[in-house]
Design a protein around this ligand. Sequence first.
Ligand SMILES: [Zn+2]
Length: 511
Amino acid sequence: MSLNTNRPKVALLGLILESNRFARPAQREDFLSLTCLRKKSLMDEANSRNSSLAIEFVSFVKTMNATGDWEPYPILLMASRPLGPIQKAVFDEYCSEALDALTDDIDAIYLCHHGAMVAEHLDDPDGYIAREIRKKVGPKIPIIMTLDLHANISDTMCSSADLICGYRTNPHVDQFERGQEAAFSLRQILSGQADPKVAHVKLPLAPSSITLLTGTGPLGEVIDYGQRRQAELGGKIMNVSIFGNFIFSDVPENGVSIVVTARNDFDIAKNLAEELARLTWINREFFVRQLTPFDRAIEIAQNQNREPVIFSDSGDNPGGGGTGRTTQLLAKLVEKGVRDVLYGSFFDQKLAEEAMGLGLGSKFKAVFNRDSVQNQQWQKYDEPFTIDAEIIGLHDGEVIGRLGIFSGRKMSLGNCALLEINGIKVVVISERSQTADPIFFEMFGQKISNAHTVIVKSRGHFRAGFKSWFNDKDVFEVDTVGLTSPVLERWDFQNVPASSFPFDQDAAWSI
Ligand SMILES: [Zn+2]
């Protein structure tokens, strides 16, 4: 291996998927429809304006460009929208291509992953990749990994990577800073200023995603405290990452993880990780939250004498593997005659295509989920729904995110339509995405400020996109059906450790 620290050759790799065990398996097409780029085309997209790539990847490349000379060695970046386990054949192909491309003259590797991937044949494919890469390149080549806050951390990941850098915000609005941090850290390692040591503590605490916001709540508190302790310890700590886990992956690695990377002293990392783990454990009772009951949400929607509100259709969040197709809440709103609602977004390509064909101003019988056979686990909540509708908006779905997690990011939503259904304006899209940005409505000229009730198929990330209009008190997380229902008792988890809180209220842990 070369030790070229003046112009380091850095391999760029990534396989990004958040797997919901109950959702449809992720196939090759699911990556092709979002991100599957190699070599020069990968670098061109990373360096382009409003890149469609994962923001931390773009930021890592830009920061490396800005902080000195380097030789980017772009291999392959694949990303799918959240789905089920990745198919074995797709995973194996990725691994072969990645490992074969790692030549002897590489100085470092950047791995851009989510960290909550499941494969058809593996519970910890993120860890598997990191370990195989480590085996191939040997112990001396730095491997830097960025991960989502919802990653399910394994010891394999922590022993294979030199530095793990997780998002610190939820909604996730710090990917740019984390990509920067990863690049700065790599520069320090390559220049000999750091010989990082990673410590990991896993807690038997497996909370639902709905309790993992960082603006308020126990996870945000411990993340903030971790940053304070890092500052107090001077330069001894390189990174503190606290991962909330993604419960729907249903893997043995489910559980909150504290990952601390010290500049060169493992004991300092271990002590801080344990300190933060103890603080998190003391606060475990706060990792539980109640939803707004379905019927109560309907009452709120019916009430015309109140301030505008926003509902999360929390059971059907495409950002967590939901289909984006459940219609039960829409059907009930129509039945109860609720009006003045903006509701987005239903993933129904056939319906959007039909609307495109009929044209603006047409009235027709809209059939949602016409092709749902509901004979698969992941389709069972996708009830067909037929209703008279008028087409009041059409769009090609090429947009740039405006606020929150998609801000500045190019998105292709395919054919899109806005349907008026008894005073409810319903967005239909052709690429499954969570409605975390007002652009989903604004692309049709709709103003969020004009709506009495906004409903989004998004579990938490919409908060960042819609905070200009709604405070926390105006947000209602509605107990709806779907593959991301945060009511954990409803799910038959097979692999989440049963002795975890809140599944086991008497769960015990100590160092
Ligand atoms: Zn996440």
